[in-house]
Design a protein around this ligand. Structure first.
Ligand code: PHE
Ligand code: ZN
Length: 869
């Protein structure tokens, strides 16, 4: 079982294989919201290498009704159950343990284990929720084959779903019915799922590349089923893509997906029965934005792709979490990039990394992609595990190349199919397939913190020798003072005076190939000889390594690079650098502003540029991205500078913004085509800038009144609310009433209220909490109101009087008793508190320190300790 050391942590180094195996499990549910009875039969088999061990099973708060061994009631002296762990003594060879327990789904607000959402009964088991359903070795390296029987009242629960393939169903005569399911693939308990209730579906049949007939179903409550069609198409696209790009086929006769209004996370990849947060399934043009559609497609793909990276090959233990999550994010990102614009996807990912993952990796909660100890594994579903984990896979891909990478993946799947694997298994498969020593590469998993790559350049005019000295350094993080060099594939390019690439290869002590240097030591030198002029260098094209580049480059050089660079992502990145120079009040701020403005003028009049790309260039680095680059953050000053710059740029561009806004009106009406989405993106970006110059917000009001898609309505409403336009209140009321029955659209306006960029938004949030719109048991609503307040409203969260911090701390304490995982996540907003300038730092401490006595569950406690440590 999970071993706790004296320090209250589980340690990677303490891993021990399970003493008992469970090759087969049979579960029977008598479903009832108030009291569900679960009968379980576990076939047990001792590990021959560890004979004579007692059997230990997890079981959290279960009411034990019956327990038998090989059909015989177990005498009370033969077992102990302390409410968390069941220990059975005196077992020797293969045997069968049967238990009956009672659980209470309707009272389960934690949303782990079996719970009620609306009229549905659902499960969520990752990471350790299964133990709240029945007794089990609840660890991912125990992988039974499962049979599941569900019984319930037919009227209340007409549809009964479980993992795997349907076996049979029958009426039980007394108003109840029964359905049985079989999951033939060895599957750990965290991937177990059932769903029951008045579900309806959209459905599609197809045949896999291996010739298997598969039925895909998306299930939702009847009022929602009309909005499932898009997600259904996304499943098919993901399935086909995994066949083509990775040669992986689906392996059951059905693939079921259920949409739930109450769900702690985004979605869950349970074998053959994915359960989704409804926000990542339900969509039509009048309720979902274009960004929602893309997010739905990507999350649907993510969960589908887990069927191989996570389910067929699962995890040995939770320290390996990134083995499935980083890899699957890498795969879903490739999926989106192959289907849509690779550059736009890269921009989206890099924004997330620089804004949020870098901050996490530099703050109090920093941890390696493979942590070596944890208190609460539920606190490790982080941007570091997911997004940095995916970037590390991208590093590997760059180092070995697409062909060897694909061969390595094939080998990984072949060697580990049906098993519980480790990151070492993954790395070994890739080392074998590529013939490359990946020992140093593995350090990426062990070391926390974002590496800094500093470059200095020297040109000797007499000899024409040009030298780049490249240093890498990873800063200390909690518990890790000293770091070793990583293998960093750094792209570089030198331009000559007229923008042609210098093709001469440099001399170097590092491996250099084709515009890429493999940094492996703390310092490397690259030297070119006999160049005619001083070249213009650029680095880390495509953001090929998740590092911070430190290189002093003048605005004139950056501006020349913008002109020379043809790759969209790299151009966007250069504009972000110009904006950063302007925003961080560096000496060249004024020159940077001018260069940025010129570049934007060029982009706005460039008929060839994809409008969605131009829109991205209009979005300056966000508050988090900027704050992360400062040792001490004066929140109010930073926000003010950003607003000033936006005002100034908007004034510079006003004519061009108006022209583009008008000219794209027709294209914006073309439904869900890429062209229409792209047009709407640029129109909305123009609108946001134009509204700065128009206190009446007439254009935003007109766009709001015109109706149109949710993409257009919500962008207009944001302008009205955030610039406090005269029509804001009326528009909000109209929008709110028009969508009163739709929780997902309600979340959208709630988030707009919570993010109004003004300290007074605090009062609006408090007022909202006194209305029926505040639903603390619904995680989406908590995120929309409190999460977006804390994460996306710097002026209100960081109020100088500390009231913003206090509001969030109070909510953590209140929600801790309702849904501990959701409460704990809110604390992440404090991860950088030590860098906030006084008086904010003192205010943050004053809000956090007293929380200690107000938290009952270990989830938020664990984070609080790490924050204050
Ligand atoms: N494994 C889920 C995913 O893909 C996330 C999740 C974790 C969902 C824990 C629920 C609980 O990414
Ligand atoms: Zn995942």
């Amino acid at each position: 079982m999970t071993q706790l050391r004296g320090d209250g942590h589980v340690h990677l180094a303490d891993y021990a294989a399970p003493a008992w195996r469970i090759p087969h499990a049979e579960l029977q549910f008598e479903l009832d919201p108030d009291a569900t009875v679960v009968s379980a039969r576990l076939c047990l088999s001792p590990d021959p290498a560890q004979p004579g061990q007692p059997l230990e099973l997890d079981g959290e708060g279960l009411e034990l009704l019956d327990i038998t061994l090989d059909g015989q009631p177990l005498a009370p002296g033969r077992y102990d159950y302390d409410g968390r762990r069941l220990v059975v003594h005196g077992l020797s060879g293969d045997c069968e343990l049967a238990t009956r327990v009672r659980i209470h789904p309707a009272g389960n607000t934690r949303l782990e284990g079996l719970y009620r959402s609306g009229d549905l009964l659902l499960t969520q088991c990752e990471a350790q929720g299964f133990r709240r359903i029945t007794f089990m070795a609840d660890r991912p390296d125990v992988m039974p084959r499962w049979r599941i029987v569900l019984r319930a009242n037919r009227d209340a629960f007409p549809v009964l779903l479980a993992n795997g393939n349907p076996l049979a169903s029958q009426d039980l005569g007394d108003g109840r019915h029964e359905a049985s399911w079989e999951n033939p693939h060895p599957t750990p308990a965290y991937l177990f799922a059932i769903a029951a209730g008045p579900l309806e579906r959209v459905s599609r049949r197809l045949q896999t590349a291996e010739g298997r007939d598969v039925e895909i179903n998306i299930w939702a409550e009847p009022s929602d089923v009309a909005r499932c069609q898009y997600a259904l198409g996304a499943v098919e696209r993901a399935l086909r893509w995994d066949e083509q790009r990775f040669g992986r086929c689906y392996d059951l006769d059905v693939f079921n997906v259920v949409a739930a209004q109450d769900f702690t996370m985004g979605a869950m990849e349970n074998k053959g029965l994915n359960i989704f947060n409804a926000r990542y399934i339900l969509a039509d043009e009048s309720t979902a934005t274009d960004a929602d559609f893309l997010a739905i497609e990507s999350v649907v793909a993510h969960e589908y792709l887990h069927n191989w990276s996570g389910n067929r090959v699962t995890l040995r233990d939770w320290f390996q979490l990134s083995l499935k999550e980083g890899l699957t994010v890498f795969r879903d990102t490739e999926f989106s990039s192959d289907l849509h614009s690779r550059a736009l996807k890269r921009i989206e990912v890099v924004r997330l990394l620089r804004g949020r993952q870098f901050a996490e990796d530099a703050g109090a909660l920093a941890h390696p992609v493979r942590p070596d100890r944890y208190k609460e594994i539920s606190n490790f579903y982080t941007l570091t595990i997911y997004e940095k984990g995916a970037e590390i896979i991208r590093v590997l891909h760059t180092l070995v190349g697409e062909d060897a990478f694909r061969a390595g993946m094939d080998r990984y799947f072949a060697d580990n199919d049906g098993k519980a694997a480790t990151l070492e298994d993954f790395i070994a498969a890739h080392a074998a397939a590529s013939g490359r020593d990946l020992t140093q590469f593995a350090r990426w998993y062990a070391q926390a913190g974002t590496p800094e790559v500093s470059v200095s350049a020297d040109f000797d005019g007499a000899s024409g020798d040009y030298t780049l000295t490249i240093d890498q350094n990873t800063p200390p993080t909690p518990g890790q003072q000293h770091k070793q060099p990583l293998v960093i594939p750094l792209r570089y390019r030198l331009f000559d005076a007229d923008g042609t690439s210098v093709t001469q290869a440099p001399e170097s002590d590092a491996v250099v190939r084709d515009g890429l240097v493999e940094l492996t030591a703390a310092r490397h030198v690259l030297r070119w000889r006999g160049l005619e002029d001083k070249p213009l260098p650029a680095f880390n094209q495509g953001f090929g390594a998740p590092v911070k580049l430190v290189f002093d480059q003048g605005v004139d050089e950056l501006a020349r690079l913008v002109r020379f660079e043809t790759d969209s992502f790299n151009r966007w990145d250069l504009l972000q650098r110009l904006a950063t120079e302007a925003l961080l009040a560096r000496p060249q701020a004024e020159a940077a502003t001018g260069a940025l403005s010129d570049a934007l003028a060029g982009l706005l009049t460039d008929a060839q540029a994809d409008p969605a790309f131009v829109a991205e260039c209009l979005v300056l680095p966000d508050f988090d991205t900027l704050a992360e680059q400062l040792d001490e953050v004066d929140v109010q000053a930073l926000v003010a500078r950003r607003e000033e710059l936006l005002d100034r740029l908007a004034e510079d561009q006003v004519g061009r913004l108006q022209v583009r806004y008008e000219a794209l009106a027709d294209a914006a009406r073309e439904g869900l085509s890429g062209r229409a989405m792209s047009a709407r993106a640029l129109r909305n970006a123009c609108l946001a800038w134009l509204t700065r110059l128009d206190p009446e917000a007439r254009l935003a009001q007109a766009q709001f009144d015109a109706g149109g898609t949710m993409t257009e309505r919500i962008a207009a409403l944001r302008c009205l609310l955030h610039f406090q336009a005269p029509g804001a209140d009326a528009a909000l009321a109209g929008f709110r009433d028009a969508h009163a029955g739709d929780p997902l659209v309600t979340d959208k306006w709630v988030a707009l209220v919570a993010t109004r960029p003004h300290p007074d938004a605090l009062g609006d949030v408090q007022s909202l909490m006194a209305t029926p719109w505040w639903k603390p048991a619904n995680p989406n609503r908590v995120r929309a109101l409190v999460g977006s307040f804390a994460r996306s409203n710097p002026l209100a969260f960081h109020r100088l009087d500390g009231a913003g911090y206090q509001l969030v701390a109070d909510q953590v304490a209140a929600l801790d008793a309702v849904s501990p995982q959701v409460a704990a996540r809110l604390l992440g907003a404090f991860e950088s508190w030590r860098r906030w300038a006084e008086p904010l730092r003192a205010r943050a401490r004053a809000a956090l320190a007293p929380l200690d006595g107000r938290l009952a569950s270990p989830d938020a406690r664990d984070l609080l300790e790490r924050l204050l440590d």
